[in-house]
Design a protein. Sequence first.
Length: 503
Amino acid sequence: MCEEHQAGAGRRAVFLTGAAAALTLGSVSFASAADGGRSQTRTVKGTLDPGAPDFVYVPVEVPHGVREIRVAYTYDRPQVPPGTAGNALDIGVFDERGTGLGGEGFRGWSGGARTEFFVRADEATPGYIPGPVRAGTWHIALGPYTVAPQGLSYEITVTLTFGEPGRTPRPVYPPERAKGRGRAWYRGDCHLHSWHSDGRRTPGEIAALARAAGLDFVNSSDHNTHSAHAHWAEAAGDDLLVLLGEEVTTRNGHVVALGTDPGTFVDWRYRARDNRFGRFARQIRRAGGLVVPAHPHATCIGCNWKFGFGEADAVEVWNGPWTPDDEVALADWDGMLVASVRDGRDWIPALGSSDAHRDPDAVGLPQTVVLADDLSRRAIQDGIRAGRCYVAESAAVSLTLTASGPRGEHAGIGERLRVADDSPVTVRAEVTGAPGRTVRLVTDQGVLHTSAPLPASGEGTVEWRTTPAYAAYVRAEVRHEATLPPLPGSLAAFTNPVFLGRR
């Protein structure tokens, strides 16, 4: 499956580590500082065959007195036939505490975004965690994301620099509360990326774009690392709440940890068949976060959600500019709503986020608008968990949805109008900022009302009458004009449902 050798040191042994999803190679050794000089470099070469394990570990024996470890790597990219995956190799590092699942030894991950990185006490490459380079067995972690039929040949260069370590800075994290407007609708982007993973923007640049998009909060969600957490404090402010999290990027789907405690790392090295996701979903919740499966029907390799929704606090239905996989995710979520009212189970709220990485990705397209008691971590999470939210393509679009009963009973988005099954109910949707769009009211039976296009002002009110016996829930969609009828046009906004009836 894999062959490996160390330049100048001959062939090394290869052995498996437990599950078939991991492989550990022979170790790379260095001389002590007294014997080897100020810095030493070793090179490792190897080849991975198709069907290689998800993760391959290269042990590095680090002696005492090391100030910095620096790693660079390359791999070949041969031509492949159309429709065949080529080579893609991710990389990260674990320190002397080991590679055990849970990540105690985790020191950083850059996936395929970088060809080199360094770690030392006072600083580290974005995506990596600064701290002492202690003696012991470190592990370079390789993740063969895809392997071409010809195999994947790689070369890793490890350089250790000796000397006095610097001082590890004490991390400063953004505050958990910003200056809000009391109980109000707050706009946010719960899924985006900085240069701490495969994004190209700094936290400061993202914050500036968020403010320009009219957002009140963002969630830091870099792939498989929490290194950005300590770099958001300067970007936050009274006008922008920064939640901290991670996009846990497994081989069977991605999940956003939304609003975890500062410094929380969530491991990603498992598949659905390993039956380990529940453990890490519970970890996210213990750390004060929400579990949000991301782009569940995305078509990229490893992106499609395979873990089920039993652990989800919410689900990301709309990811970036509207595409067919979002339409499928919306329909799938609507099916889950139907099942929840049929079985009397809890329902899963829907969110939308930009997943912005770099120009021209727009921060805040789309954005989740949350009714919260304040602009704070807990209040925003409470609003999302309760489903008191809707999704809009920009800050220009606003949408409300209410249901009222015959005796003045009233319920809004994410709430239940508790009236008898035969009670007359008036559903009212109000829209601003959507010229020419149509409003659809969707129930457990499907689309039961579609408005005429809104006027040039973009403002409109739609009313519809029903009973809980006829519609167990109602949600609203604001749609652009269809470009390929009878398919619906792309979304401009949609709400979580209002439930009707006593149960």
